[in-house]
Design a protein around this ligand. Structure first.
Ligand code: ADP
Ligand code: MG
Length: 729
């Protein structure tokens, strides 16, 4: 019988050296956004006056009416068809975490037997996908299973190419029949309005010409690559996205020789292809490099407006999978594919930018500009302090639980790193005495230290912080690599919006009482600095001491998802979302339910895969080798040899029995716990049972499998080993 592992290794090592199908021979600028229906392209497909009307509507931020939508749909159709598209789809982001699409052909048979290509405003603006099998958290009863998708004109339509052809994809929100959000995009878009309004109101203290503020986002995406044949020989990777066991290769990341090292040729071919595909879709991929762990890499686009950045990241994840297959790689977007080395995250670099082109989180050159910077900077810190647990919940998933708090990963405690310079600035403001009555403006500015333009200096970086200020933006690093960033960004936008509204109320109150505006601003900034001090931490976030210190400071440290999610249905959260018009109580509850369901199902699947592999793969491999040893011992005895000749084998035979017993007993005990968990009615209780009763068996089983793997004859071991998964490329 052939061993799947060895045929996989053979396939992996005999891949052709360079498999790039499409190296970027042309300049990137010549094909950038080639497959995007940009506003500029619409010009060629629309009457001049209609195009101008569209620009005006977009400029004013008004809704596009059906008349105008009809023009857009016709233009879109002409462009798409002339570029080879045969189908169109509403592209949306249900709470499964993946993206969804349902394709319809443009082609439509006419009454007289003559077929036409048809696409109307109705089809552009709204569709009713049969949505009954998307998670809805009880919002939809089966008798009203309709959901609908609605066009998001702020994210341009694009052509998605696969081997099978081209499809026009129209970014949409996904709502229930009764109008509740069933996706990630709808609440995100709502936060943008709330944030825009709140930030403009505050920015107007400093500059009346600011009429719009948008959030910017640059997402660094970490991932692993593994040869496709090896991946397919590991059922655990295939089904759960991570290895459930495997003894760590003797060489892991301890030599730190992978990080920023030379990119392997086959990987570089993949990256080049990916960049071409991404650029064609208008995704401004700019950087690529090796990451810390073997076979771990990262790519990052230039930052964009947040809604677009998130659409692009969702699209990028699809592209990565698709392009990797061309190179016989499988992309692992799981947060923790291998237990003993680094996991993967998605660093969300977030900032606020005005219509006048000012980055509100960029320290200014003059003291006055510094007060504007400090206002937004300190409000963000205050917001994160206030809702740290909600931010934690926004990144809570079964797969990210494996990563957070593990090897080289931000812990489940949310804290903020500012760097020594800004820390000093905040300390100075906190302690500085500012005169109550200030006559000349110059005197007031004494209270505000001058912050020199910060250099993006790697020496002042703290990789262990989940939420770090990096020069002109905050970087939320605890976001999982497979996550939809809309989840954490919806929360971040919302809490900062809420905070800015409170800030304005407090400042206005002081002004009304007669305090000079600038002093009032400074007073509230100083108050916020004091109130939010506990969230600031500059030390090693991975250390045990920090866990203890954080507990003393009263910061929460909820390690697992089911309980971390509770905050979604707390009064504080519900009130905030409702007041900002982002989510109703019912929507919050539905979301909570969906996330819990998703959690326990993921753990359930992992438990099943353990059960299956333990019984049908691991134990048989162990027994086969054990029998071989038994035969050998018998033979040695037959020859009349003494114990010294076979004691070592007997020891191995015993060890195999011991470990296999542990594996099988633990697997059975785990199965019993699953049975108990499965009958629980309440989703939260079920998720907690899976977390607290079922999951603890994983590590026990893993430990003993890894022991067996080290004993069994290498040629008899059926599954690719970690050293092969990590180093064959
Ligand atoms: P590092 O790995 O040092 O954190 P990278 O250059 O890999 O930095 O990624 C930084 C990301 O932050 C990029 O996507 C970049 O475009 C983005 N970024 C830079 N400035 C801003 C900003 N003002 N707002 C949002 N994102 C930003
Ligand atoms: Mg980074």
């Amino acid at each position: 019988m052939s061993n799947l592992r060895f045929s996989a290794v053979k396939a992996a090592i005999s891949r052709p050296k360079t498999a790039a199908q499409e190296f970027a021979v042309e300049k990137a600028s010549s094909f950038f956004a080639k497959n995007v229906f940009t506003i500029a392209k619409m010009k060629d497909y629309m009457p001049k006056n209609v195009y101008q009307e569209l620009l005006d509507v977009i400029d004013a931020g008004e809704a596009i009416d059906l008349d105008l939508a009809e023009h857009v749909s016709q233009a879109m159709k002409s462009w798409a068809i002339s570029n080879g598209a045969t189908h169109y789809t509403h592209w949306f982001q249900p709470l499964t975490g993946a993206t969804a699409e349902k394709h319809d052909a443009f082609f439509e048979p006419g009454a007289d037997g003559v077929a036409i290509e048809k696409f109307t405003a109705g089809a552009l603006v709204q569709q009713e996908p049969d949505a009954s099998s998307f998670p809805n958290g009880g919002i939809r009863n089966t008798f009203e299973a309709r959901g609908y998708t609605g066009w998001d004109p702020s994210s341009p339509a694009f052509l998605y190419e696969t081997g099978a052809g081209k499809t026009l994809c129209i970014p949409t929100v996904f709502l229930s029949y009764t109008g509740e959000a069933l996706d990630y995009k709808a609440p995100l878009l709502k936060t943008l309005n709330a944030l825009d309004k709140a930030a403009v109101d505050v920015a107007n203290y400093f500059d009346k010409s600011i009429t719009k503020v948008f959030a910017s986002l640059g997402i660094e995406q970490e991932y692993f690559l593994v040869d496709l044949a090896l991946y397919n020989a590991r059922p655990d990777l295939q089904i759960t996205g991570r290895t459930l066991f495997g003894h760590m290769a003797a060489k892991g990341q301890q030599l730190e020789d992978h990080y920023f090292g030379a990119i392997p040729e086959r990987v570089l071919a993949f990256m080049s292809d990916l960049e071409v595909e991404a650029l064609k879709l208008g995704i401004p991929l700019k950087t690529r490099h090796n990451e810390v762990a073997p076979s771990q890499f990262e790519c990052a686009p230039m930052f964009e407006e947040i809604n677009l950045a998130i659409d692009h990241n969702q699209l990028l994840m699809n592209l990565m999978e698709q392009v990797a297959l061309r190179h016989n790689f499988k992309v692992l977007l799981h947060e923790k594919p291998y237990a003993d080395i680094n996991g993967s995250g998605k660093h969300n670099n977030w900032s606020l930018i005005t219509n006048t082109g000012v980055n509100l989180l960029s320290p200014g050159k003059t003291p006055k500009n510094n007060l504007m910077f400090l206002t937004f900077f300190v409000n963000t810190i205050r917001a994160v302090y206030e809702h740290a647990d909600l931010l934690r919940a926004s990144i809570a998933t079964a797969s990210n639980d494996h990563r957070l708090g593990a090897n080289e990963a931000p812990p489940a405690i949310i804290s903020i790193f500012l760097g020594s310079q800004l820390n000093d600035v905040l300390d100075e403001i906190e302690t500085a005495r500012v005169a109550k009555k200030v006559k000349a403006e110059t005197q007031l500015w004494h209270g505000i230290p001058k912050i020199p333009t910060l250099q993006l200096d790697n020496t002042d970086r703290n990789r262990t912080s989940p939420f770090a200020f990096t020069g002109n933006k905050f970087e939320f690093r605890a976001v999982g690599s497979s996550a939809n960033s809309a989840s954490p960004m919806t929360v971040l936008n919302a809490i900062v919006a809420e905070q800015l509204i409170k800030f304005k109320t407090e400042v206005d109150k002081q002004i009304k009482k007669g305090t000079k505006k600038d002093l009032a601003l400074l007073n509230v900034v100083r108050k916020y600095i004091k109130e939010s001090k506990a969230i600031r931490f500059e030390g090693n976030g991975y250390s045990q001491e920090w866990e203890e210190e954080a507990a003393k400071r009263g910061l929460s440290n909820i390690k697992t998802t089911p309980k971390a999610l509770d905050v979604y249905v707390s009064e504080k959260t519900e009130d905030m979302f409702a007041e900002l018009g982002i989510m109703s109580k019912r929507e919050g509850e539905a979301r909570h339910e969906i996330l819990l369901e998703n959690y326990y199902k993921k753990i359930q699947i992992e438990a099943r895969v353990y059960g299956e592999l333990v019984n049908s793969v691991i134990a048989p491999a162990a027994f086969t080798y054990q029998n071989q040893l038994i035969e050998n011992v018998k033979g040695l005895k037959d020859l009349g040899l003494k114990g010294t000749a076979y004691n070592a084998q007997i020891d191995l035979i015993e060890r195999i029995s011991r470990h296999v017993n542990e594996i099988l007993e633990n697997a059975e005990a785990m199965r019993q716990e699953r049975k108990k968990a499965n009958i629980l009615e309440d989703t939260r209780e079920k998720a907690i049972a899976y977390d607290e009763k079922v999951k603890p068996y994983f590590d026990k089983i893993r430990y003993h499998i890894n022991k067996v793997e080290q004993i069994v004859d290498d040629s008899k071991w059926p599954l690719p080993k970690l050293r092969e998964l990590l180093f064959v490329r």
